[in-house]
Design a protein around this ligand. Sequence first.
Ligand SMILES: [Zn+2]
Length: 333
Amino acid sequence: MSKTTTQHAADIINNFGSEVDLEQEQVEESIRDKIDEYLIPARDAKDLVEKEIKQSLSEDAETEEESQTKQSSDTPQPEETFNRQLIEDIDTDTAEHDYLVEVIELWEPTSENIGQVGLIADGSDVTKFTIWENLDLPELKEGEVYKFKNAITNLYDEQYSLIFSNGSEITHAPDQAVNGRGMDGVIVDIQHGSGLIKRCPEDGCTRVIRKSFCQAHGKVEGEFDLRIKAVIDNGLETQDLIFNREMTEQVMGFTLEEAKQQAKDALDTDIVQDNIEDEIVGDYYKVKGTEFNQYLIVKDAEEDKAIDEETLNTIRSRTTTNHTESQSESVKA
Ligand SMILES: [Zn+2]
């Protein structure tokens, strides 16, 4: 018998002990959010939430240290937000953005004015960074992950790199993985279990059910959901993709409610999967997402209609894999 979200939340609170002030209800809600967002089992969602709490605690500690050394500034700082941008999307000089990066190499500075210089990667691309000596920023270590806030793009010799100013911040993010990545290619397959599906409504289960039967909970009244399990192929490699409800609605241009109507009209829920297949198989997409097991959980998808027919045909003809339903279904399917 798997644990309920309530039990998982209680475990988390227990693990952190009484030193940390956590609300049962809030922790439960966070777990449910993760389940909904990533379509993962409750125990994986619990791990994610635990990780995030750990991370926010270490950030709080750092911020406290900072404010002690800096003493109070005149105006209270507004709640800081972190809007992650990918290195591969850098295309403007002197633009300020936030990045989540891993330091992959540190170089010997060639000038006294340089505090640190080296290479950073974020799963989408690699670029150079330079921290000037006069800036009060923490020392970076190789192999560690950091959040860069308000880092500045610098175009030199046709190459972009990142530099920093007094308005930039760098925080150590030991619990974050730099694994977001993107892929461009042709959608070559829609896998079974796409379209209009039903999930087990039991607390934290979210398993996709067939014929009102959940493997863990037996006969249940399922709840409708919408998703796409697809395979994208760039001619060199293939990647399994998962579009959650929101991404599916965005890509397909119909909502869950409309999908239900399609199924009702056709007296067949499979019609939705067929419609998805008709719409996107063979099309060229640029997708970005988070890696999870063998899947890329899609966070951003855009069809590239500008790609010319010849290129498209070349990729299509190169894609030889026989795409069948993936055997290992680690995201509960
Ligand atoms: Zn169930």
